[in-house]
Design a protein around this ligand. Sequence first.
Ligand code: NAP
Length: 287
Amino acid sequence: MKRAGIIGHPVAHSLSPVFQEAAFRQAGLNARYELWDTPLGALPVRVESLRAADVLGANVTIPHKEAVVPLVDELGGQSRYIGAVNTIVNRNGRLVGFNTDGPGFVAALRDEAAFEVAGRSILLLGAGGAARGIAFALADARAAAIGITNRTVDRAERLVAAVAAAGGQATVIRPGDPLHRFECVVNCTSIGMNGGPDPSGLPIELDALNPGALAVDIVYVPEVTPFLAAARDRGMRTLGGLPMLIYQGALAFELWTGIPAPLDAMAQAARAELQRRANPPATGTAR
Ligand code: NAP
């Protein structure tokens, strides 16, 4: 039996095992997906263990996406520009790092919201790790303009400079700048996330946005965030964060196995698990 798994700390609530195991089953692969909870001190040993012949590779999540970069043998795709890896592939004992978050986002926009990035203007709210991956993927997909706004402005400035150095068209958006030209607005902050810093907050004042724009949230718990609810109230089209999660996982699956990912089975398994978590079965015995 082959193995893959997720490296992070903590990882107990990760959805990845649910939809990756569904993908292995649907594809008829004799493989399982494990939770590899790894404190920082144990990271080098954990990454080394991925060279074993039965290991397909790993996903990497918070807080290790940057720390694993020097531990792999090679960086593939855009991960060298992004400076973060979310997928490791074991190629006969040689470890190759990729970042599928941004490409997963672009694929989700295309397939789930019929939004083609090429030639379009997109505003990113946030400049953290996820925004970074998304910004490079948007540049790679030939977005005409990428605006980036962030609470910590110098972080947005650094990201804009990095995207520009890689050939992308990005600008820092400051409070008061006009936002009407953006055809898609993406919440890449953790505002609105259950258990996050501001679960009921909004990442931006929605009156400033073009009502014809597509509103996207990469937060996926809850499925309809306050930002998406407010955008719907304004009549805007919306897309939640679950498709991005599924597509980044599907791209990882394809890198590990070399076969097309069974997207429907993955999405179905993830949705069922989120529903199960939102409505846990009643415990106790009826008397
Ligand atoms: P991160 O690197 O910690 O970045 C957090 C971002 O949120 C930064 O831009 C930060 O601004 C901003 N922020 C946090 N609290 C804020 C507040 N109270 N007010 C204003 N801005 C605030 O995190 P990340 O890895 O980018 O993840 C961001 C979110 O995306 C998380 O909710 C994560 O679950 C989600 N995500 C989803 C997917 C998916 O597949 N759907 C993938 C990756 C991440 P500062 O720079 O000013 O701190």
